[in-house]
Design a protein around this ligand. Structure first.
Ligand SMILES: Cc1cc2nc3c(=O)[nH]c(=O)nc-3n(C[C@H](O)[C@H](O)[C@H](O)COP(=O)(O)O)c2cc1C
Length: 385
């Protein structure tokens, strides 16, 4: 079911402590927003993407430790759990005053034989169950959200139970990212002289993007050094990973561009929090060609194109002109016509001579692999955490 701006239901509101089991508090705190229907509808896409990205791991029957569930068992458990919570929610919403029983999740998984099914098949069942849950929630009378009942020793509200489903799902997605990510070549074959580190970077970026990446997964911290030795760091958006390096776009009239023109040695640092990975790149930045800059500029949204004309990046904003005034001026100038690339707008490609990959471990025994390029050849070594 899709979200629609025409959805005029009253929002459920966020449950308060006392409306759900204590043990679920941290998971429920991680659910964004104040509406159970919206949270569950949005989560469906994230969950499908996360499980699909692990299809090979799922079909191989991998579990990260003896006795832990496999990927298919985790997904099957989510489906079972949602059915049970939706049933509890229905009962409480309809005024049930008997206490509802608990269930032993390990026993349910043991009797499920999820391993004998295909991941896609379980995902299809997940979709049907989610649609049924959303149908139930959308049809509830507004007065039902705060109704309370007793479930397995806890007092719960209807919205508390709905947020519980979302929080529980987010909890398992987090474990999936941290524990079930496919062993990439940097960890499986740590010191691989044959590995091209740019190909490995692409693999890590693909994994980070597939596993429910943040909206700005391309954000990278660019460090430059000013002529007097002062370091400066700020985020830019990685536009492309090419065989010759990492491309980003900016204003050639900006301070960062001035630093690079004086000293082309720069560093890029990536941190993908949701998969706990860092990549550090250092190398030499050179300007991309005019034709490449044109191509990147055409990919920008119209608002961003107009902003490139409206603002002098990092210049002081005079007190008598607002950002909106400046934008209005360029809106009037270009009307609805095509916005050409401003002459000062371009970018750089960073040709790496050092790329370090770090898998963050809660134990602090991080896996670190460093690739260095000497005379056109990459060598690889392992670093202590
Ligand atoms: C997530 C994120 C992405 C950004 N992407 C870019 C970018 O691609 N290009 C850019 O020039 N500035 C980008 N910025 C703004 C820069 O961080 C910075 O404020 C601006 O480029 C001025 O930097 P300078 O004064 O060091 O030149 C981004 C900021 C954030 C937070």
């Amino acid at each position: 079911m899709s979200l629609s701006s025409a959805d005029k239901r009253p929002r459920s509101g966020r449950p308060e402590p006392g409306e759900y089991a204590d043990y679920a508090a941290a998971d429920i705190a991680a659910v964004p927003g104040d509406d159970a229907v919206e949270a569950l509808a949005r989560l469906e896409h994230e969950t499908r993407t996360a499980f699909r990205s692990l299809v090979d791991t799922a079909e191989s029957g991998f579990a990260y430790a003896p006795g832990k569930w496999t990927v298919k068992q985790v997904l099957g458990h989510l489906v079972d759990d949602e059915r049970i919570f939706a049933y509890r929610l229905l009962c409480v919403a309809r005024g049930e005053d008997a206490e509802l029983p608990g269930f032993d999740e390990n026993r349910y998984v043991a009797h499920s034989e999820f391993e004998g099914r295909r991941l896609e098949d379980i995902l299809a069942e997940y979709g049907v169950v989610r649609a049924a849950t959303l149908g139930l929630l959308r049809g509830l009378p507004p007065s039902a959200w705060l109704r309370r009942g007793r479930v397995n020793g806890y007092e719960c509200s209807v919205r508390g139970l709905a947020f519980h489903i979302a929080g529980h799902e987010l909890h398992h997605l987090r474990v999936l990212r941290e524990r079930y990510r496919p062993p990439s070549r940097a960890t499986a074959a740590r010191l691989d002289e044959e590995q091209d580190p740019i190909a490995l970077f692409r693999e890590w970026r693909r994994e980070a993007t597939a596993l429910g990446a943040p909206s700005l997964a391309g954000a990278t911290c660019l460090s430059t050094v000013e002529a007097d030795g002062t370091p400066h760091a700020r985020f830019v958006d990685l536009k492309e990973v090419r065989d010759d390096g990492f491309a980003f776009c900016t204003s050639h009239a900006s301070p960062k561009a001035a630093h690079i023109e004086a000293n082309p040695r720069v560093a890029l640092t990536f941190w993908w929090d949701h998969v706990k990975r860092q990549v550090r790149v250092s190398g030499r930045a050179t300007r991309i060609t005019e034709a490449e800059a044109d191509a990147f500029f055409r990919r920008r949204g119209r608002e961003a194109q107009l902003a490139s004309w409206a603002f002098e990046q990092s210049a002081l904003l005079p007190g008598d002109v607002s950002l909106a005034d400046r934008l209005n001026t360029v809106h009037e100038r270009f009307g609805s016509g095509e916005v050409p690339r401003p002459p000062h707008w371009g970018g750089y490609v960073v040709a790496p001579d050092r790329i370090e990959f770090l898998n963050f471990e809660a134990s602090r025994a991080h896996g670190r692999v460093l690739y260095e390029r000497h005379h056109g050849r990459w060598t690889v070594s392992e670093l202590q955490p």
